[in-house]
Design a protein around this ligand. Structure first.
Ligand code: C5P
Length: 313
């Protein structure tokens, strides 16, 4: 049970210890529908879980332990109650009336401030792991439902991997995957991350797209069913405008990726044939990662000194 988390997560189980893979996500389109009274925004977005992820281990601490222990490879990430992993454990205890605490290690590979939902994936993995270690007091549907209380894009990790998400992002509906699993994805993120609240705050609703999200979804589902490349015209991202306003070099990065060949070396185009461009290029989440779909080799321009320190995966 547990959707995509349960399918990808378990690497090994040994004597009460779980070693898990904690995936991340991209948004193939992201429409912001309205600003709500509670300060959040209603979204309509097609989420896709991807295989870039962190490594996590979990164990139940002995009875008598009175706090969780989180050890993270990235010292810039707080390991106190503000960390989504600890929030997920508090949530789990509260909901299941459990009094036990957990030891967690987190080897970060997914950058933060990236729009990749790395922290959200960690929270989903944590909920799932705690439930396994405690003998499954909760159903997968309950974990999904509870996860929306601590973040907007955690629930998607309990989907089957491709999901149409509405509400704050926590209302999840499984859809047919629009991208074949073999589609190469290049992720490029500048050293500067973007804070989600700031990007939503600087969104000018009058500059949004008017695209109907259900039409975008239908178009993407059709492309997936017929094996066609993801259509760029359907990759509508309302948060690109505020992200580009905050970080103008991000727009330039997107344009350069869109005009770069998907294979950067000359031998990729035998006989001088015209080199292929990516099927689609877009920003994910609230940034600052740009995704190039169909690109399996980082383009040569990323070696320029201007682009040093980029995260490339
Ligand atoms: O839910 P999450 O912790 O990811 O949200 C972080 C912040 O992003 C929120 O406090 C809110 O300012 C903004 N946000 C929003 N609408 C959403 C999701 C997030 O305004 N649907």
């Amino acid at each position: 049970q547990g959707g995509v988390i349960s399918r990808v997560a378990v690497q090994c189980t040994a004597a009460g210890r779980l070693a898990l893979f904690s995936p991340s996500k991209i948004n193939l389109f992201l429409r912001v529908m309205r600003r709500r009274e509670d300060g959040f925004h209603d979204l309509a977005s097609l989420f896709h879980v991807i295989d870039l992820g962190d490594d996590m281990t979990f164990e139940l601490l002995p009875e008598g332990a009175d706090r969780d222990q989180l050890s993270c490879s990235d010292p810039s990430i707080p390991s106190d109650d503000s960390n989504l992993v600890i929030k997920a454990l508090h949530l789990f205890r509260r909901k299941t009336q459990t009094a036990r605490f957990f030891g967690v290690t987190l080897q970060k590979k997914v950058p933060h401030g990236a729009g990749l939902g790395g922290g959200s994936g960690n929270a989903a993995t944590t909920l799932w792991a705690a439930n396994e270690l405690m003998g499954r007091p909760a159903t997968a549907a309950q974990l999904l439902q509870w996860s929306g209380e601590i973040g907007s894009d955690i629930s998607v990790f309990f989907s089957l991997g491709a999901a149409y998400c509405t509400g704050r992002g926590e209302v999840v509906e499984d859809v047919a995957p629009p991208l074949p699993l073999t589609t190469p994805l290049l992720l490029v993120k500048p050293p500067v991350g973007l804070a989600t609240p700031r990007i939503f705050k600087s969104l000018d609703l009058s500059r949004r797209s008017a695209a109907d999200p259900l039409e975008l979804l239908a178009g993407m589902t059709k492309a997936g069913a017929t094996g066609s490349p993801l259509p760029q015209a359907l990759c509508v991202h309302d948060l690109e405008q505020p992200a580009f306003d905050n970080l103008p070099e991000l727009k330039e990065l997107k344009e350069r990726l869109a005009s770069s060949p998907v294979g950067s070396s000359p031998q990729d185009s035998p006989g001088g044939a015209e080199q292929q461009r990516p099927a689609a290029v877009f920003m994910t989440g609230s940034g600052s990662t740009i995704v190039s779909v169909g690109c399996d080799t980082p383009p040569a321009f990323l070696a320029d000194p201007n682009y040093k320190d980029m995260f490339v995966s």
